[in-house]
Design a binder for this molecule. Structure first.
Ligand code: FDA
Length: 497
């Protein structure tokens, strides 16, 4: 409530925020988590908490009046449609040169993501987090993150027969015919539940086309892992539909945090301020960067160093589809949870997941999300005339990632005698190069912060989310975000409290 004092305030409830809240609480510290999205614990009119990917409604998007589907077209036709403005679950945040997809709600990105839970290859780690000792990460913190998140790999025998993974087996066959290593991609989805979905004995989630707007069953989001553990400590208060707008040193020590309460149409219903001894920025790469850049520029935290806002990358995300021959169907029933990938990282700078196109009809399409070693990095800056934070990512910077993705798909197309689909992202547009699902950086570890996320200029302020990671993890990022947060909070709890 207004004027109260808290020991630790955590901004955001995604992976970084959940790890911070749990470990602080377990150490006996009272924690208040401020989350601008909704709680996502109450069913809507259809009896379900989350909307289906194929029928978006007000629950689907964060404060938009029109959907912004990552796959904007099908057979060349635009598929976006009007929806009521609401504090929905998926934010398609538009900057000048890129749309950044993010989850909104208690659980952050874990609510909307595909659950692909990949630990980077050890030989790639130096390039991901150069200042972190790989031994401690691979011996302690990656295993801890994998265990807490419930990461599992698909039963390989079931994979061979499951109807819902016919598309992935086609992806494997074509990858292998072109000489690419094919790997299973671990996930936090409950594979036993998926088997029951395939058998028709439980309500369908992954096999019902759920993804992007939340999974009603099956996926172990943070709602099923860290968050129940947090609740069990009895020391953590979570305030959904509350947004932090300012953090500034308080006269009597600690920090004054200004918080706005939001209505479900995005209006500010009240504003309050609390005093916090410590503040953990866990608003995600974009959220944390935007806050810190604004607070530095507007004089709330003027001494923040000049690395704030820098080192932002898109994790090299590009998407594409390929048109298979008529004798190579990919299946009407497709699990929305990808489980396989093509690894050409070392030779071509691309790791491509074989993704579903869960339309419910045969498309003869193979669809992919590629993570590439795109070297371009952008910067967040304060725009005094709009009083907004801008990101200077340029659309043309995706070209580097596309070239890397082509190291895989040009070769597969040549081998198979097939072509790219040109109807999924517009008319005659091959590449989904307008977006990222994996924003990383903006408050880079050991540059904007010390080597554990402490903001040196302001004792008691910490960054503990994807903003710490300088733009690329070579694979999907949330296992690395979680493992790094586990490493940093252990050091912080041991030495700073
Ligand atoms: P995260 O974004 O999770 O959490 C930040 C939270 O802070 C949000 O809940 C936000 O609402 C809140 N917040 C922001 N500003 C605030 C403010 N001012 N005040 C209060 N709260 C605020 N990764 C992966 O490894 N495997 C995958 O399969 C996928 N798939 C995928 C699909 C889609 C559609 C998306 C959008 C993303 C993915 N990702 C993914 C990416 C992954 O979800 C992402 O990297 C992590 O969620 C980032 O974790 P963080 O803790 O950094 O922030």
């Amino acid at each position: 409530s207004n004027g109260s004092r808290v020991s630790a305030l955590v901004i955001g409830s995604g992976y970084g925020g959940s790890v911070a809240a749990l470990r602080l609480a377990q150490a006996g510290i009272d924690v208040h988590v401020i989350e601008m999205g909704m709680a996502w614990d109450t069913p809507g009119a259809d009896g379900k908490i989350f909307a289906n990917t194929t029928s978006p409604d007000e629950r689907s998007y964060w404060l938009r009046t029109r959907t912004k589907q990552p796959l904007s077209h099908f057979l060349g036709f635009p598929i976006d449609r009007a929806i009521p403005r609401y504090t929905g679950i998926l934010d398609a945040e538009e900057f000048g040169g890129i749309t950044v997809y993010q989850g909104r709600g208690v659980g952050g990105g874990s609510l909307v993501n595909g659950g692909m839970a990949v630990t980077p290859k050890r030989e790639n780690f130096r390039a991901i987090l150069p200042s972190v000792d790989p031994n401690e990460m691979y011996d302690v913190y990656y295993p801890r993150a994998n265990a807490e998140l419930g990461v599992r790999t698909i039963d390989p025998a079931w994979f061979e027969t499951a109807e819902c993974y016919h598309y992935a087996r086609v992806g494997r066959k074509q990858a292998q015919r072109s000489g690419f290593p094919f790997v299973f991609v671990p996930d936090v989805y409950d594979w036993d539940y998926m088997k029951q979905e395939q058998a028709g004995t439980v309500p369908r989630s992954a096999l019902g086309g759920e993804l992007l707007f939340g999974n009603n069953y099956g996926k172990k989001s943070l709602q099923k892992t860290y968050l129940p553990q947090i609740a069990a400590t009895g020391r953590v208060t979570i305030s959904p539909l509350h947004r932090v707008t300012s953090v500034t040193p308080a006269s009597g020590g600690g920090y004054t945090v200004v918080i706005e309460q939001l209505t479900t149409t995005g209006a500010v219903s009240s504003a309050k301020s609390v005093t916090a001894d410590t503040v953990f920025f866990a608003a995600g790469s974009v959220g944390t960067s935007k806050l810190l850049v604004k607070l530095k520029a507007t004089g709330a935290l003027p001494n923040l160093n000049n690395e704030i806002g820098k080192g932002w990358g898109d994790n090299g995300n590009v998407m594409c589809g390929r048109a298979n021959h008529i004798w190579e169907p990919t299946g009407c029933l497709q699990s929305s949870i990808p489980t396989a990938g093509i690894d050409n990282w070392a030779a071509g700078g691309a790791f491509a997941e074989v993704a579903p196109l869960p339309t419910g009809i045969e498309t003869w399409a193979s669809f992919y999300l590629a993570i590439t070693r795109n070297p371009n990095r952008a910067q967040f800056t304060w725009n005094p005339s709009t009083r907004q934070v801008d990101l200077n990512w340029q659309t043309a910077w995706k070209r580097a990632g596309i070239e890397m993705a082509k190291s895989i798909f040009d070769r597969i197309n040549a081998k198979e005698g097939t072509i790219y689909r040109t109807d999924l992202f517009g008319i005659y547009k091959i590449w989904g190069d307008h977006l990222t699902y994996h924003p990383l950086g903006g408050a880079v570890l050991n540059k904007a912060t010390d080597n554990y996320g402490r903001i040196a200029e302001y004792p008691g302020l910490y960054v503990i989310d994807g903003a710490l990671i300088p733009g690329n993890t070579s694979v999907n990022p949330f296992v690395t975000i979680t493992a790094l947060a586990e490493r940093n909070i252990e050091e912080i709890v041991a030495n700073d409290f």
